[in-house]
Structures are given as C-alpha cells and as structure tokens.
Write a protein that binds this ligand. Structure first.
Ligand code: ADP
Length: 495
C-alpha cells in the first residue's frame, strides 16, 4: 500500500537548487546559469536547476578520467566495490517513496508505476550488478605447454551515459549498474525534464562510499552538454537511450572525435499481434491497453501498433475502447491513476499533431485524441485509439512516444509478419495465440530484440533488452550488459 499521507506531504515540498555532481561535490555551473524545472502536473516551476555548458561537461569528464586513471575504483578489490554498491542500493530503497514522488513531480509518471519502475527497480539493478562484481572471471587460453595465454576482462575507462526522461532511474541504473560494477567511472547526463532523481541517487552514491569522481552527473541541454560529451576525446564509451535523430548525431560525433564506441537504444514502433486463437481475449485486451497507455505511452517498448486478426477486429476494438475509457487518467500522485501526465508541453503538442494528421487522413479516432484537464495547467492527454491505419501511414511508421495506439487488421500470419516487420524499428513485439507452433514461428520471424508471447512487457533483469535495425545496438540488463563495459585484453606469455 502506498503511504498517501507521505505522498501528500511531499507533493509541494520545496526543493533546494539542483546542482551538478562533479568530483564528489555539488556544484553550480561555472557561469552560474540555471533553468526552471517545470512540473508537468500543473505546468508550474517546481525547482531551479544548474544549466551546464561545455566547460562544465569537460570538468565532469576530467574528474571521471582522473578517478579512473588513479584506480580509486577499478583498483579496489571487487568485493569492496560490491559492498559499496550494495550499500548504495539499500539507501535508494530506504528512500524509495520520497525519490519516487520527486520523480513523479518532475516527469509525470503515475506513482504506482513510478515507485516500482524507478527507485525500486534502480536499487534492484544496482544490487544485481553489484552481486556480479566478484563473479566475473577471465580465461586461460587452450595453448600448447610453452605458452600461457590469458584473457583479462578490463574496464573500458570513462563511460558517458545520456538518458531520457520517461524512466530516468530505471534506464540510468541499467547503464550505471554494470558500468560501475565493472570498475569504470561514469559521467551521466539526464534529460532536461527528468534530472532530479538522478542527482538524488548520485548524492546517495557518495554517501554509500562511491569515491569522488567515479559517478558524476552533469545537467543541461542535450545539444550543449550532451554534444560536448559526444565530442569529448576523454570518453571511451558512450551509452544512450533516446531518439533516433540524436543517436545518429552521437555516431557522427564519435566519428569526428575519438571513435568512441557508441551503444544506442532508440525506441520502437512495436507490434502487438492478436490472433483470433488468443487464449484469453479479456487478458489480451487488458494487457494491450496497459502495454500502450501506462506512463502515457512514454515507454520505449510500448506496444504502439496493434495488429488484430480481421475476424475478431471489430469485437476486440470495442472491448479495448471500453477498457481504455475505464482507465483513470490524471493526477499521477493519486495512487488510483493508471496514466499520469505527458512529460512536457512540447511532447503533448507532438502527440496531438499525430492525431490531427490521422484524423485528416480519415482514420477513425475511436476514443481520446484530445488534451484533458487543461484547467490544472498540467499536460494530460486522453488515451487514444486510431483504427483503419494503413501500414504506410506515419502513425504506423514513426514513434509517437505518447498515448496513441494505431490499430491495423490482418488476414494471415504471413501478412501479420510483413506488417510487423515493415518499419525501420525492431525493439519489442508480442504475439497472442494458443498455438505453440505459431508462437515459436513468430518468435523466429519477428525482427525485434524481445518477443512477448501471450503477454506484453513485464520482463525482468534476467533477459537482455536491445534493439535490432534502427532501434539500436548493444544490450541493457542481464550479464550480457557487461559486454559494453568490459574489454577483452589478452596476454601471451612465453614460458
Ligand atoms: P526526446 O526527443 O524523447 O526528448 P531525445 O533523444 O531528444 O529524446 O533525448 C534523450 C536524451 O538525449 C536527453 O538526455 C537529451 O538531453 C539528450 N540529447 C538531446 N540532444 C542531444 C545532442 N545533440 N547530443 C547529445 N545528447 C542529446
């Protein structure tokens, strides 16, 4: 049960100016620049935050470089890194509700989901990788007797992490956990509209004993401080979750600078495919609605294209509309809310433009399509279902990153696969069917990093998440995440 009294006490609690965390200290920008943090709950300023320039990013990167080179972290016995990271996870967990409320005020995610998916998930992730710290072994190569071939797994150095606003802590921890457990140092840049909780957990990292300079947070605009990071010769690996356009820019800047390795998670247009033989249409309706509308559709793996076999299309859509209209949309600090606020006015306006375009093309807006609760000053949108969408429509091709579902009918498995695979993206997919053979065929044929069967979302840390095609490269979660943060280094020793 959520502690409603505590939530209400924190709803308008004043927030001290939010500063960069560089080399173990909280710092303003060198030029003193700040920006207002606008809450999507009411459109009002909730805090003031440092606004970095390139020089501030360079300070953070220099601190991370120094901390890496002197071995204050990578040189610790792994069991000691583990101990510190476990303490850090414990501190995050102990303050989980406070951190979650701060995050909700900042980015608009409904509190029930935010608590689980943000501080609790970040703590679990940090703990998972902390536990792995002293369980990663090198190898001895199968050579002849006159040689000893060793394969070390060495930290890559300074990791730059640029993260988005939808789940800043969860996604941040997917990068921080393995990067830090592996002995690297990190400079993290949160999104402009969701920075506060990441600063909070950086402060807790220091309290837990993570040495100064090992985990730095730099605040500011992507095109200023993010740009400086991507051009820096001192960042060895850059990990990113966000939009395709920025991902492309990061690759260009890596090529222009030091050829840093760049790992990207760039979202999707994930197909959720319901066959007429789905084991439970009730379950498919309920989970499909949640799979697109929770967190107002601001989920990289959101099931934003619903493909329904034509024989059940009409009935399925009717049920889905009913389920959607029953979802409580609004104040994200109310525990009963199923979908909170859209993160920013810019994002809300972009969502509405997608709907206007679909409407102008004669597509059916079955529910939603409008801004709601405007009197609150907040950025709320009614969950929207659009039918009659053509696979070539922008709504079927481009990521909205909002509560807008495109519904497309299909007649055969062959056609479902063709539509599902017919975008530039390949992050997630789902298939609802009672046929074991069809389920496995679809898992093989769908081009996606994860294929759900008879469910949508809900995977845990044990399986990797990464995209194919233009959804990105590399993987977060699971032990495979270490591949980004550990280099193989060989030794060839003549005996
Ligand atoms: P969205 O459009 O959903 O906000 P973005 O890809 O723009 O997604 O944002 C994801 C992250 O990328 C944010 O932290 C943002 O500040 C950062 N970012 C935006 N532009 C750039 C850029 N030119 N270079 C580096 N990072 C950037």
């Amino acid at each position: 049960m959520l502690d409603v009294t505590r939530i209400e006490a924190l709803r308008h609690a004043p927030i001290a100016p939010v500063l960069h965390v560089i080399d173990g200290t909280s710092r303003p920008s060198r030029d003193g620049a700040t920006s207002e943090v606008i809450s999507p709950l009411d459109g009002r300023a909730m805090a003031v935050m440092a606004r970095g320039k390139a020089v501030d990013a360079e300070d953070a990167i220099a601190a991370a470089r120094h901390a890496f080179e002197d071995g204050r972290w990578s040189g610790l016995p792994p069991a000691e890194r583990k101990r510190i990271m476990l303490r850090w996870a414990g501190l995050i967990e102990a303050q989980a509700l406070d951190i979650a409320v701060l995050g909700v005020r900042n980015n608009g995610t409904e509190i029930g989901m935010a608590l689980k998916a943000e501080p609790m998930s970040a703590a679990a992730t940090i703990r998972y990788y902390a536990e792995a710290t002293d369980k990663i072994y090198g190898e001895i190569a199968p050579t002849g007797d006159d040689v000893l071939g060793l394969v070390h797994r060495a930290p890559v150095g300074v990791v730059g992490a640029i993260v988005p606003w939808n789940f800043p802590l969860m996604i941040g921890a997917w990068k921080l956990g393995p990067a830090l457990a592996a002995g690297n140092t990190v400079v993290l840049k949160p999104a402009e509209t969701a920075s506060l909780t990441l600063v909070r957990i950086a402060e807790l990292a220091l309290e837990a004993g993570v040495p100064a300079g090992v985990f730095n947070v730099i605040l500011g605009e992507g095109k200023v401080v993010g740009e400086a990071m991507s051009l820096s010769p001192e960042i060895d690996v850059l990990v990113f979750t966000g939009s395709g356009g920025v991902g492309r820019r990061l690759l260009e800047n890596a090529a222009k600078s030091n050829l840093k390795r760049v790992y990207l998670e760039l979202g999707g247009k994930s197909p959720n495919i319901v066959f007429a033989d789905a084991p439970s249409l009730d379950e498919a309706v309920k989970v499909s609605a949640a799979g697109i509308f929770r967190n107002s559709g601001q989920v990289c793996v959101a099931g934003s294209r619903l493909l329904v076999e034509r024989s059940i299309h009409e009935e399925f859509v009717a049920r889905l509309v009913r389920a959607t209209e029953a979802m409580k949309v609004g104040d994200p600090l109310d525990p009963a809310t199923a979908a909170g606020a859209v993160n920013s006015l810019t994002q809300l306006e972009q969502n509405l433009r997608f709907v206007a375009e679909a409407r102008a093309m004669g597509r059916g807006i079955m529910t939603g399509g409008i801004r709601i609760l405007e009197e609150t000053g907040g950025y709320y949108m009614a969950p929207t279902i659009v039918t009659g969408v053509d696979p070539a429509d922008r709504l079927a091709q481009a990521e909205v990153f909002g509560p807008v579902l495109a519904v497309l009918p299909f007649d055969s498995e062959e056609e479902a696969v063709a539509i599902a695979n017919g975008t530039d993206y390949g992050l997630a997919a789902a298939v609802w069917t009672a046929s074991l053979s069809r389920a496995h065929r679809m898992v093989r044929r769908l081009r996606a990093g994860i294929v759900h069967v008879n469910t949508y979302g809900g995977s845990d840390l044990t399986v990797p998440l990464g995209g194919v095609k233009q959804s990105g490269n590399g993987h977060d979660k699971s032990l495979h995440a270490f591949d980004k943060y550990l280099d193989l280094k060989s030794a060839w020793i003549k005996l």
